[in-house]
Design a protein around this ligand. Structure first.
Ligand SMILES: [Zn+2]
Ligand SMILES: [Zn+2]
Length: 158
């Protein structure tokens, strides 16, 4: 582990002693384990990703009710990440945040557009949408693991 990695983890730990942060395969907040996992901390984007997941933890995000809720949760996690970054004197690139949120918006748009008439439709449950215009229903895959971390922002070595 690099010194920078230790510093950031120490800093987060002293600000939020109740949040456990453990190395894992991907950046991920597990509400059931109450643990933030990170895969690596080699550059700025990794740091932002970690702060984002800590943002989920601080917001106590648990069960996602709908795709739209997921987008709201993503926005909230980034808001928290920005607050943490201010306290740690890290600046998160706003373009990176918007790129990440755009992938969710695009994904939400694709899922909610009726395949028959292209009307924007309502989500019935976690796997089903239904079109009020033409009554077409369709299934979508589980949304939980949809993530964005490295899009568009070139990795900068610290
Ligand atoms: Zn997130
Ligand atoms: Zn339709």
């Amino acid at each position: 582990m690099t010194k920078i990695t230790n510093n950031l983890l120490d800093q987060i730990n002293s600000l939020y002693p109740d949040i456990s942060i453990i190395k894992g395969d991907v950046f991920y907040w597990s509400p059931s384990d109450q643990i933030v996992y990170y895969s690596e901390l080699n550059n700025e984007v990794d740091q932002w990703s970690l702060l984002h997941e800590v943002g989920h933890a601080i917001s106590e995000h648990r069960n996602f009710k709908s795709d739209f809720d997921l987008l709201l949760i993503e926005v909230e996690a980034w808001e928290q990440a920005k607050k943490i970054s201010d306290r740690l004197s890290i600046s998160i690139d706003e373009d990176h945040i918007q790129d990440c949120l755009d992938t969710y918006r695009d994904w939400l748009y694709l899922r909610s557009t009726c395949p028959t008439c292209t009307n924007t439709s309502l989500q019935i449950d976690s796997r089903t949408y239904s079109c009020i215009n033409c009554n077409q229903s369709w299934n979508v895959t589980q949304s939980r693991q949809k993530r964005c971390y490295r899009k568009k922002v070139p990795a900068k070595t610290l």
